[in-house]
Design a protein around this ligand. Structure first.
Ligand code: F6P
Length: 326
């Protein structure tokens, strides 16, 4: 592959607030550095079906504040087949696209890694997911906004939980990762978080009940990470009904509202920094790396590392939640 003259940009997998800020940053930084930019619609699907449009600076005006993704997103089956990827490559050649910037979660970066290897295309990934489950970056685009959304919701639930003296299980997203649940619980002042990372180690419900949660409190809120490993909030509510019938229990599943809304300042800033870094990385000759932020510095994380390694839960956060929930 020679000098990069033109890039394609797409968003893939679950949308995340801040993706638009990232699209804007990649587009503007590419143009600033003399590259042509193509917006690819509906993720890898648009690469296969040729929904590709040249982007000028104005195409990304007035989007930094918007949730969702102006490029739309999809989980694309065709791209998982060699035939689909061959078609995608043909369309890239047709438009003269030399490199790709992919904004998405681990599934999206896995697609980029396979495509990059098969066709020798420089691909740069930006971690766009509310789950914060990508290894090698302290935070992902959308995570902070989702945390704040959870916070707003739990603050409201607390009003009714306190008034009725109830135990609430609030289910949050995370696709088998406990970052939203754990940090959401700390920020909201919840009593506990039930997370998949610990589901094989201890009975987290029993541990919480043993803590004597009602001794000094008239209500309790427990955040539960959605996951087959935890069984979700309904599972714990059922257990409480059966095993501890003295408690008045309710469930709220926050669902997809966690993915929407205006991105926070933090998400807009990291999306902007990562977008600029993606073009810098391509110009430096980097390929097949995810842009991450560690200790507030931009880092390049090889796709294989970012995807394959599980990002560990920080035990200090677990202690903070535990100590403060007395
Ligand atoms: O990966 C982001 C995420 O929102 C997860 O937290 C959740 O498990 C999943 O996507 C939901 O996906 P869908 O929108 O396809 O139902």
């Amino acid at each position: 592959m020679g000098i990069i003259k033109s890039i394609g940009i797409l968003t893939s997998g679950g949308d995340a607030p801040g993706m638009n800020a990232a699209i804007r940053a990649v587009t503007r930084s590419a143009i600033y550095n003399g590259l042509k930019v193509f917006g690819i619609y509906r993720g890898y699907k648009g690469l296969v079906t040729d929904e590709i449009v040249e982007f000028k600076s104005q195409n990304v005006s007035n989007i930094i504040q918007m949730g969702g993704t102006i490029l739309k997103t999809a989980r694309c089956k065709e791209f998982t087949t060699p035939e689909g990827r061959a078609q995608a490559f043909e369309n890239m050649k047709k438009h003269g696209i030399d490199a790709l910037v992919v904004i998405g979660g681990d599934g999206s970066l896995t697609g980029a890694r396979i495509f990059a290897q098969e066709y020798d295309i420089p691909c740069i990934g930006l971690p766009g997911t509310i789950d914060n489950d990508l290894y090698g970056t302290d935070t992902t685009i959308g995570y902070d906004t989702a945390l704040n959304t959870i916070l707003d919701a739990v603050d409201k639930i607390r009003d009714t939980a306190t008034s009725h003296e109830r135990l609430f299980f609030v289910e949050v997203m995370g696709r088998d990762a406990g970052f939203l649940a754990l940090n959401g619980a700390i920020a909201a002042g919840a009593e506990a978080a039930i997370i998949p990372e610990f589901s094989t180690e201890v009975d987290q419900l029993e541990a919480f009940i043993k803590q004597g949660f009602r001794k000094s409190k008239s209500s309790s809120i427990v955040l539960v990470a959605e996951s087959e490993l935890t069984g979700g909030a309904m599972h714990y509510a059922e257990r409480v009904k059966n095993e501890y019938p003295q408690y008045d229990v309710r469930v709220t599943i926050l669902g997809h509202l966690q993915r929407g809304g205006r991105p926070t300042a933090h998400d807009r800033i990291i999306a902007s920094r990562m977008g600029v870094a993606s073009i810098q990385a391509l110009l430096e000759g980097q390929r097949n790396v995810m842009i991450g932020i560690e200790n507030n510095k931009i880092v390049y994380v090889p796709f294989t590392k970012a995807i394959k390694n599980d990002k560990p839960i920080d035990k200090e956060l677990v202690s903070v939640l535990h100590e403060l929930s007395i």
